[in-house]
Design a protein around this ligand. Structure first.
Ligand SMILES: CC(=O)N[C@H]1[C@@H](OP(=O)(O)OP(=O)(O)OC[C@H]2O[C@@H](n3ccc(=O)[nH]c3=O)[C@H](O)[C@@H]2O)O[C@H](CO)[C@@H](O)[C@@H]1O[C@H](C)C(=O)N[C@@H](C)C(=O)N[C@H](CCC(=O)O)C(=O)O
Ligand SMILES: Nc1ncnc2c1ncn2[C@@H]1O[C@H](COP(=O)(O)OP(=O)(O)OP(=O)(O)O)[C@@H](O)[C@H]1O
Ligand SMILES: N[C@H](CCC[C@H](N)C(=O)O)C(=O)O
Ligand SMILES: [Mg+2]
Length: 484
């Protein structure tokens, strides 16, 4: 790519000859090689401007920096912009070029991974080559990779989108995290539609208030979606109305789903143990769907996913019919096994209050005995959620075992103590393996066990070390060793 190709994005004129070759874009000086355009962004730990000299030494062709960054001494040309993160996202989109023709994104506190996975499955069922991108990684035809971030950084994202498009993927669904939206990671993505699931307490270590957290999520609707594009909004959440209002004000075509939904209206749900029967009305016609997943929230996620698929051209009957074949995203109310007496054990990714509340409520209807929960809270994350989750667990479960999640740099006992302070009667077992064994050993016929917080994760981070750890493996081992 020539520098001039970025003319619509960056004020390149007069900085360098127009035909200078740019052979890469990066915001990480460590990734810079000869010919890379380096973007100095200010982050949570460092200011990229500090690394301008490093980038220059490694052969950067120029530096894109915030106005007033004062990089005159870097020794290479500096292009000043208002928003270097935005400039990076748009430049990465331009540099890598191709994206799947139909891209959708979903945001919300809970359900993003599930909705992205369901949308991919619906499209696949309808015959499209489809991909999903999110917390559990990238899934596409012939591709299944573990990922680091829920919303990848724009350079990695656009490289991936170009690869997917080149491999024939026409439809892709992705998660839009509040960090990703705030940090402009999605700004260069050409979105056809977007979805909203719900809003609850999350990432209070990053967003100062829940209103600001909501505003970050709203960028998807009021800034990123083109006017007139469909916004699929779950209608039964306390934050649905402000989201609908904002999407309408932004000139979007708002399609609501759920019990209060107009586009896909949920008329009735009958719970069975590991499945549920739902009656969904669309355009005056009732569709009876046998959903092979447990949990009210999975009905909500299925409706948002079906809404996204239908709004981007999938036939209604095909989209709703595909719900009968859905597989849950790994580690989301994931039935790992049952005891000999038939008590189910689920691994679930609930690591925030609303998710924990939902998952515990979801299993109650089919639990004739006790609901038992094993969970902890991650270190170096929002401390405020710890007592809230302790209260929810003891209110909704019959037996609560408080254990370690990813303690990271914090003292595990301190994290547990903060949960225990609001969890009267809870049992404390720091070692997650022992906690799972103990819980499985307690199960009688009719009981349900939820091991919450780590879902699909394959490691446990203690200090700076991540050791292999899988709730799925631990549950299977405990079930194999359990007598009853
Ligand atoms: C707090 C946060 O969101 N951090 C993300 C952010 O980093 P940052 O911009 O704050 O970077 P920084 O470390 O302060 O450095 C500033 C700049 O200096 C650059 N630098 C740094 C060192 C150097 O030698 N040279 C150099 O150029 C860095 O590359 C960066 O551009 O941008 C980076 C690139 O995109 C991300 O990798 C990084 O994610 C960190 C690892 C992270 O843990 N993020 C989590 C909190 C996150 O984003 N989570 C969300 C939501 C999860 C969910 O609930 O689903 C997600 O989307 O995954
Ligand atoms: N629609 C929903 N409403 C409430 N809780 C939900 C919903 N969907 C999922 N959950 C709960 O949240 C957990 C995470 O679900 P999922 O991974 O789909 O959401 P996410 O938004 O991608 O979360 P994260 O931001 O942690 O990646 C599930 O394991 C379940 O406990
Ligand atoms: N994307 C989230 C995942 C949290 C998962 C939980 N197991 C924890 O470690 O707190 C985060 O990094 O905050
Ligand atoms: Mg996710």
């Amino acid at each position: 790519m020539k520098l001039i190709d970025l003319a619509g994005i960056l004020p390149v004129d007069g900085v360098l000859p127009r035909d200078v070759e740019v052979n890469g874009v990066s915001s990480d000086s460590r990734q810079v090689t000869a010919g890379t355009l380096f973007f100095a962004v200010s982050g949570s730990k460092a200011d990229g401007a500090t690394y301008a000299g490093d980038a220059a030494k490694r052969g950067a062709v120029a530096i894109v920096a915030a106005k007033g960054a004062g990089l005159a001494s870097a020794g290479i040309p500096v292009i000043s912009v208002d928003d270097p993160r935005l400039a990076l996202a748009l430049s990465a989109a331009k540099f890598y070029g191709r994206q799947p023709e139909t891209m959708v994104a979903v945001t919300g506190t809970s359900g993003k991974t599930s909705v992205a996975a369901f949308t991919r499955q619906i499209w696949k069922h309808a015959g499209y080559a489809a991909a999903s991108i999110g917390t559990t990684g990238v899934v596409a035809p012939g591709r299944n990779e573990y990922g680091q971030l829920t919303t990848p950084d724009p350079v990695a994202l656009h490289k991936l989108l170009a690869e997917l498009a080149a491999s024939g993927v026409t439809h892709a669904s992705m998660e839009a995290s509040s960090h990703g939206l705030d940090q402009r990671r999605l700004d260069g993505v050409r979105l056809a539609a977007a979805g909203f699931t719900n809003l609850g307490r999350d990432h209070m270590d990053y967003h100062p208030t829940v209103e600001e957290y909501h505003r970050a999520k709203l960028r998807l609707f009021d800034t990123l979606l083109p006017k007139g594009a469909p916004a699929i909004v779950f209608a039964d959440d306390p934050w649905s109305k402000p989201t609908i209002d904002a999407a309408r004000a932004a000139g979007l075509k708002v399609l609501t789903v759920g019990r209060h939904g107009d586009f896909l209206s949920l008329k009735r749900v009958e719970h069975e143990r590991h499945r549920q029967r739902a009656e969904i009305e669309c355009d005056g016609a009732i569709h009876e769907i046998d959903l092979p997943l447990a949990g009210d929230f999975q009905v909500a996620n299925s409706l948002v996913a079906a809404g996204l698929a239908i709004a981007t051209g999938t036939d209604v009957g095909k989209a709703l019919g595909a719900l009968e074949y859905l597989e849950g995203a790994p580690g989301r109310l994931d039935l790992v096994g049952t005891t000999a007496a038939g008590a189910p054990v689920y691994v679930d990714y609930a690591h925030k209050p609303d998710a924990l509340e939902n998952v515990l409520a979801a299993v109650r209807p089919f639990t004739t005995g006790r609901v038992i929960v094993v969970f902890g809270c991650g270190g170096d994350r929002d401390r405020g959620k710890r007592p809230i989750m302790g209260e929810i667990a003891t209110r909704l479960a019959d037996v609560t075992i408080v254990t370690d999640d990813n303690p990271r740099s914090e003292v595990p006992e301190t994290i547990r103590a903060a949960i225990m302070a609001a969890a009267p009667g809870a049992i404390e077992i720091g070692d997650r393996r022992l906690a799972i064994q103990e819980a499985v050993g307690m199960l009688h016929a009719g009981d349900t066990l939820i091991v919450a917080g780590k879902g699909h994760e394959e490691g446990q981070t203690i200090g700076t070390e991540t050791l292999h750890f899988s709730d799925h493996e631990e549950v299977r081992n405990a079930l194999a060793g359990s007598p009853a």
